[in-house]
Structure formats: structure tokens, C-alpha cells
Design a protein around this ligand. Sequence first.
Ligand code: PRT
Ligand code: MG
Length: 222
Amino acid sequence: MTHSVTQQLTLALSKGRIFEETLPLLQAAGITVNEDPETSRKLILGTNDPSVRVIIIRASDVPTYVQYGAADFGVAGKDVLLEHGGEGLYQPIDLNIAKCRMSVAAPADFDYLTAVRQGARLRIATKYLLTAREHFAAKGVHVDLIKLYGSMELAPLVGLSDAIVDLVSTGSTLRANNLVEVEHIMDISSRLVVNQAALKLKRERLQPILDAFERASQRISA
Ligand code: PRT
Ligand code: MG
């Protein structure tokens, strides 16, 4: 029997921090991307390996492309994976990249702890409905959640909400908008996600890359 043709692999990434922080991991697997998504308008990027290509999509769309097998594997934040639910995805590695935390933040003059203690009903604006709902339900805090798609920091400044649930890394966005972190919900980092069928059918091709990613991400976190 002749050997099967080289298996094609498609990797889903979002541009910005995930693309940039995945590059050293790809390098460790011997893969270099031919174009920079910040300057190229192409959505499919070639690599030095003709059997590997990278697709550039919105961060929150990465789990969907991988779930349906339009990409074999991808990199997505834990925040995004929690909202997606992770259906159809194998999540073998915490890559320890694009780290931040998910927090509750409120205007400096809003007494969040007292409001919570008194059982007030809080209005919370967020992109992370499921995570926020679970967090407040576990604490027994009554909330009205308002779904936003970005710039959550604005919501309490213009009276849309009392507080927000958002990602924080340096804290400078909160500071610039006179908001303070009042509760830490969880630490966030990005995970490798793999399509479950691809993991079986393309294991031979995928496994060395997964191994290289794992070793390189352990070096990053060390
Ligand atoms: O931007 P877009 O709407 O396309 O999608 P996205 O915001 O989900 O994508 P992107 O590329 O901005 O983020 C991709 C992933 O990076 C997220 O899913 C997180 O897992 C991770 N990550 C790490 C962050 C941050 N750090 C981060 N600081 N994602 C967003 N932020 C934002 C945060 O929402 C806030 O507005 O940066 C701002 C706060 O930053 P500091 O440094 O001022 O605290
Ligand atoms: Mg963003």
C-alpha cells in the first residue's frame, strides 16, 4: 500500500496578541508564517511548510471553526472557550500565553461590597454572559446582565450599568476610566484547541506539533 498524501493542517488564530504570542510556539515546531496579518489583508496565510496554513479570524470565532473542522486546531482564550462551551473540542494544552484575569470592576465611588452585602440587584455589563451569570449565581448575588460586544469600561460611566465583568491585564484601561477592580473571578490564559475528528485522523501529523507547543509553553511559564 502506498503512503497517504501529506495531511493538510489548518490552524485558526486571531490577530493581535494571540497571533504574536503563538509565533514562538510555531517556531518551536519549525513553522514560520509567510505573512504578517497586521499588514496583509489575506485571511489565509501560508507557512514555510506547504502542508500547514493559518487562517485569521475573530478571537471568539476560533472555537467555532475548530468545532466544525474548518480548522484542525486553534488557539483561544479561556474566556472565549467558557462562553463557547467547548463542544467538539479537545483541549490538551494550556499554552500560558495572552494571560490576564477576569474581574468585576466598578466606578471608584460605587460601594460594591456594601451593595452586595445588602442584597441589592446589580446591573452588570459584560461580553461574558455565561461566566458572569455563573459567578454571581454562586455568590447568591442578584444581577441583571447586559450583553455588550466591547468597550465595557464605558458602561458604568454613562449609567448603563453599576459594574462590569471584563478582562484586565495591566489595569491601565480601568485606571484611565476611573474604575477599580472589586473582585477577581479567575485567571485567564490561552489554550490549544483541537478538532476531535482531526485528532484521530491526523494524529501522526498533529502530535509532533502539539508536543513542540507543549514543551515551548512550559519554557514560557518557567
Ligand atoms: O478585539 P476583538 O473584539 O476582535 O476580540 P477580543 O477582544 O476577544 O480579541 P483580542 O485579540 O483582543 O483578545 C484575544 C484574547 O486575548 C482574549 O480572548 C483573552 O483571552 C486574551 N487577553 C489577554 C486579553 C487581554 N489580555 C486584555 N487585556 N483580551 C482583552 N484584553 C482587553 C480587555 O478586555 C480590556 O479592554 O484589554 C483591556 C484591558 O487591558 P489593560 O492592560 O489596560 O488592563
Ligand atoms: Mg480586543
